[in-house]
Ligand binder design. Structure first.
Ligand code: F6R
Length: 619
């Protein structure tokens, strides 16, 4: 939530404004309530800020241009304190002369008490934000220390909550200072130019050399380099790494929206997530886990913590991991985990799943699990992010940057990585499924080609979506691994098309929700493979008949060759045949495509749905 960019360099690298605006365009998915920039111009700071999307700021900059500069900061906001107005947009100015400009991601929990102190000193406020309080505090500290890094260090000591802060000061040209606690900040290292960003997308157009910061650190960038200190003033060093993708990966690549591109990227996301995880004999090797085999063999309970789509990936994984390892798996929404007095000890493996690696709810769950002595593994898509850093080990998904706010390719990559983890545990523990690990991995390796086939036949789903543009409510049913897929389908539709949508376990229908069925009610049904155990397929086919008998319009997702669904389906959407546990990697695709095109048909912003932001860094 909130995108942050900082730049200092030479004019050879383009003006500060160009670099900062390019960074903001790439980070807009993190928040789009307002945007603003501040540049150093001689002995003063110039700011421009505007509520609404970045386009409004661009228009403002055309109407009131800014001078060329080599030092600047920029911000896209997801509002917390104070509405999405021009006044509350960042950057905020500090001090009587307004020589300091500051931007912020996160929440300062003790801002009210700090504000009272400033008000008592006669400070006047121009906004309702917690950020402006910090701007005034840093400006006052600067008057005392005459050094922006020292001033920042003095102030962060008094702040409670989660924050990334960036500041520039007119009296200290060619310097941007950043501070982070429980909120993302990465450094980009260029030639005679350096960068700060909420994530590497902020500077990927300029450099792929990055520096990861730890918690409670302050970084000072100048054109020559980056210096890191801990909040207590002791020197520190960031961890250098190379970003594995380039600017083209963060662009639409000819598609109209990022979401459409990312849906079509899914074969790569699955394929790349499987890469390098088996030896030539097909045995799983996860050296990267940095947890001893002994510790993993000792695990007697697994808890998955995640939110939203990532939690549905976790629910899918529960079925597979329990089946393969016979270890009980619980899935806990990360924001509930801490408050349910979780039963966790040193034999519990807590697996967090997060695309961004910055979701505050998930981060806090991981920290809590570690306090309770659990082993923690993070399944994450973002190198250098906080959750992997705070975990004992990480298993990266390799989906590439996900820019559309609604998650698609990350979901498939998360299921893939958690299956890899489950199979690895099965292999380690021996038992009846240890030998199956290799054959399942082989089958997984064939899934990307099946997704490609499926994507090539989505024309009818697009037509159905367009035809349903005026629909007010859609239900989704599934059983077993089809149940989380049904919930994911409903979530996509809610967030993208603002339509009432609900996903149910198909067996639950007769316990209440069937009362919702009235003539014409559209219901998607995710049908399990006819090869599923325990007569699952037949039960879902009966569920379709039950709702059809009550007038529902049935949109059935079924395997190629499954003729049993034909008599009861108004529409059949075919997916390639696969073994039941792998089916979610296919059955969710038509639901993503449906939500994309229904939203498009309604004329909505597919990539930036209202009220949302990618990367939820507040609790
Ligand atoms: C929905 C969606 C969200 C995220 C959730 C967790 O399309 O994107 O539900 O899945 O906010 O985000 P991460 O995976 O970054 O922790």
């Amino acid at each position: 939530m909130c995108g942050i960019v900082g730049y200092v360099g030479t004019t050879n690298d383009g003006t500060a404004l160009d670099v900062v605006m390019e960074g903001l365009a790439r980070l807009e998915y993190r928040g789009y309530d307002s945007a603003g920039v501040a540049l150093l111009d001689g002995d003063h700071v110039e700011t421009r800020k505007k509520s609404g999307k970045l386009a409004n700021l661009t228009a403002e900059l055309e109407a009131r241009p800014l001078p060329a500069s080599t030092t600047g900061i920029g911000h896209t906001r997801w509002a917390t304190h104070g509405g999405p107005t021009d006044q509350n947009a960042h950057p905020h100015r500090g001090g009587k002369d307004g020589k300091l400009a500051l931007i912020h991601n996160g929440i300062i929990e003790n801002f009210h008490a700090l504000k009272q102190g400033l008000l008592a000193d006669g400070v006047e406020f121009a906004s309702e934000t917690d950020t402006e309080v910090v701007a005034h505090l840093v400006a006052a500290a600067y008057e005392q220390h005459r050094d922006l890094t020292t001033a920042m260090r003095a102030v962060v000591a008094d702040l409670e909550g989660a924050f990334t802060l960036l500041a520039i000061h007119a009296d200290q040209p060619d310097v941007v200072v950043g501070a982070r606690r429980n909120s993302p900040l990465v450094v980009g290292l260029g030639e005679n130019a350096n960068y700060l960003g909420s994530d590497v997308a902020a500077f990927i157009g300029h450099t792929r050399h990055a520096l990861e910061l730890a918690q409670d650190q302050i970084v000072t960038i100048t054109p020559e380099g980056a210096t890191v200190v801990n909040f207590d003033g002791t020197p520190a060093e960031g961890k250098a790494y190379e970003v594995t993708w380039d600017a083209a990966a963060a662009e639409k690549g000819g598609y109209a929206t990022f979401m459409e591109k990312e849906i079509n990227d899914q074969p790569h996301a699955v394929r790349d997530t499987l890469l390098g995880r088996t030896d030539p004999e097909g045995r799983l090797i996860l050296d990267e886990l940095r947890i001893s085999e002994e510790q993993l063999r000792n695990v007697d309970r697994i808890t998955i913590v995640a939110c939203g789509t990532a939690a549905y990936a976790g629910m899918t994984a529960k079925y597979a991991i329990e089946h393969w390892t016979r270890i009980p798996v619980e899935v806990s929404l990360a924001h509930e985990f801490r408050y349910c007095d979780p039963i966790v000890n040193e034999r519990t493996l807590v697996v967090s799943i997060s695309q961004s690696g910055e979701t505050m709810d998930t981060l806090m769950a991981v920290k809590h699990a570690r306090e309770l002595g659990a082993l923690t593994i993070s399944i994450c898509n973002t190198h250098g992010s906080t959750i992997p850093r705070e975990s004992d080990a990480v298993l990266y998904t390799h989906a590439g940057p996900e820019i559309a706010v609604a998650s698609t390719k990350a979901f498939l990559a998360q299921i893939t990585a958690s299956y890899v983890l489950g199979l690895y545990l099965a292999q380690l523990r021996g038992g009846s499924f240890a030998d199956d690990a290799q054959s399942v991995m082989k089958e997984l390796a064939g899934v990307p080609a099946k997704i490609e086939t499926l994507l090539a036949q989505m024309g009818r789903v697009k037509e159905i979506a367009k035809f349903m543009a005026d629909t007010r409510s859609v239900l989704f049913l599934g059983r077993h691994v089809g149940y989380p897929v049904a919930m994911e389908g409903a979530l996509k539709l809610k967030e993208l098309a603002y339509i009432h949508a609900e996903g149910f376990a198909a067996g639950e229908l007769k316990h209440g929700p069937i009362a919702l069925i009235e003539p014409g009610q559209p219901v998607f049904v995710v049908v399990p493979s006819p090869t599923s155990e325990h007569g699952l397929h037949g039960k879902v086919v009966s569920n379709i008949q039950e709702i059809r008998a009550r007038g529902a319009r049935t949109l059935v997702i079924a395997e190629e060759g499954d003729e049993a669904v034909e008599p009861f389906a108004d529409e059949v959407i075919r997916v390639p045949a696969t073994s039941p546990l792998l089916a979610p990697l296919l059955t969710v695709v038509p639901l993503q495509v449906f939500a994309l095109w229904l939203s498009t048909a309604k004329g909505l912003d597919v990539d930036q749905p209202r009220n949302l932001a990618k990367s939820v860094t507040v609790e």
